[in-house]
Design a protein around this ligand. Structure first.
Ligand code: NDP
Length: 390
């Protein structure tokens, strides 16, 4: 049966890996929508190659460029936020949510309202509005499948298991670019240095977030929201080889570990073929050659983001939206050279401290509007904290 597929964030790292899998078996898929941001050239090339129904850029000013690139192809073009929502509402069997950042939330929610299976790479959706996202899926009989490698690993380790038998979930962290740097050197780390991951080839923002562990801190919250476990049941362990992606510890003391190469096509492919497994073009591990798996406890002085994530989980409500927005703004500031690497966590902590006086932070009123308001406020506060450091 031909499956109707849409890919949001098609021009990014996850989007391109998704296209790689789909393009290997083009007769099995009908491509409904492909969306991107600034990279209109890539978007148009993929839309032609996969014969998409519609190509959407998030940036309205780039619509003429997209139209030109697709002239004569018969492929519809559109731009802007409303066009992304319209594309998400088009009937599809499977939608990849791989826009980076808070911008991924609204299209994902729209897809779920139409009962579509949502393969969720955009972890920010769960961090900012996890309860609302999962409730929307339940209310509309839709399925959310995790694509983050750790969460896909947990999901796979839970097949056939009861959640009542789960004692803990252990997610692994490579430690990113600065795992072994002297602490005093972190202050002078540059965006280029932070963008070089030891094991994974990912988009630039998530790679820098791996070096600061903000990525892992988002994943802690993502684990709580997706699997419905308590914060004290989630552990992070540094595993420099990035071969065990996550482990589930059960009440009988057993631990199920998911082992695989650091290649996102595994988690994407699992979500694409779920509930079946199909052959995937990923490297097969030679365990004798690998020899050793090592683990160490995460150092919360090196990575204060982990402590902040636990505070955010304790507050609940809209604290995840504030945390993510402050983190995104701090990351922009670091990339632009306005603040140092180590100041990103300071900025996020400042924002959380200032917003803690606002009863809205822990409010249970989670709607797209309240999430957006909190996102906006936290970005403003983060901008103030950044200029105070300038
Ligand atoms: P990239 O930066 O490589 O790609 C992001 C995609 O989102 C691109 O298509 C980009 O378009 C598009 N985009 C950017 N801004 C907007 C916007 N405001 N509105 C709509 N579209 C936008 O990111 P990744 O692929 O690395 O990550 C995507 C998501 O997946 C993130 O949430 C990340 O945390 C998560 N993830 C990624 C992993 C990885 O291995 N890369 C692993 C696990 C999770 P363009 O490039 O054309 O501007």
């Amino acid at each position: 049966m031909v499956r109707r597929v849409s890919i949001f964030g098609a021009t990014g790292s996850i989007g391109q890996n998704t296209i790689d899998l789909i393009a290997r078996n083009p007769d099995a898929y009908e491509i409904i929508a492909l969306t991107g941001g600034a990279n209109v050239t890539q978007l148009a090339a993929d839309a032609r190659r996969l014969r998409a129904d519609v190509a959407v850029t998030a940036h309205e000013e780039q619509l003429p460029e997209l139209r030109d690139a697709l002239a004569g192809s018969g492929i519809e073009t559109a731009a802007g936020e409303a066009a992304l929502l319209e594309a998400a509402a088009r009937p599809a069997d499977w939608i990849m949510s791989a826009i980076v950042g808070a911008a991924g939330l609204a299209p994902g929610l729209e897809a779920l309202k139409h009962g579509t299976t949502l393969a969720l790479a955009n972890k920010e959706s769960l961090v900012t509005a996890g309860a609302m996202l999962m409730a929307t899926a339940r209310d509309h009989g839709a399925q959310v499948l995790p694509v983050d490698s750790e969460h896909s690993a947990v999901f796979q380790a839970l097949v056939g298991e009861e959640m009542a038998a789960v004692e803990r979930i252990i997610i692994t962290a490579s430690g990113g670019a600065f795992r072994d740097w002297p602490l005093e050197a972190l202050e002078h780390a540059t965006p280029d240095e932070a963008s070089s991951h030891p094991n994974w080839d990912m988009g630039r923002r998530i790679t820098i977030d791996s070096a600061s562990m903000f990525n892992k801190s988002l994943e802690l919250i993502e684990t709580k929201e997706y699997f419905g476990v308590r914060p004290d049941q989630i552990e992070v362990v540094v595993h420099p080889e990035s071969l065990i992606h996550a482990m589930v510890g059960f009440t009988d003391g057993a631990i199920m570990a998911h082992v695989g190469p650091p290649d996102m096509r595994h988690a994407i492919g699992y979500a694409l073929h779920w509930p079946e497994r199909q052959s995937l073009p990923v490297h097969r591990l030679d365990l004798a050659q690998i020899g050793t798996f090592t683990f160490r406890a995460p150092d919360e002085v090196r990575w204060p983001a982990l402590r902040l994530a636990r505070e955010v989980m304790g507050i609940g409500g809209l604290a995840g939206a504030a945390f993510n927005a402050a983190k995104e703004r701090a990351l922009d500031g670091f990339i632009a050279g306005d603040i140092r690497f180590t100041a990103m966590a300071e900025v996020v902590e400042d924002v959380l401290t200032r917003l803690s006086a606002d009863p809205g932070l822990s409010s249970a009123q989670i709607t797209l509007d309240t999430v957006r308001q909190m996102d906006h406020l936290a970005r403003q506060r983060a901008a103030e904290a950044i200029s105070a450091r300038g």
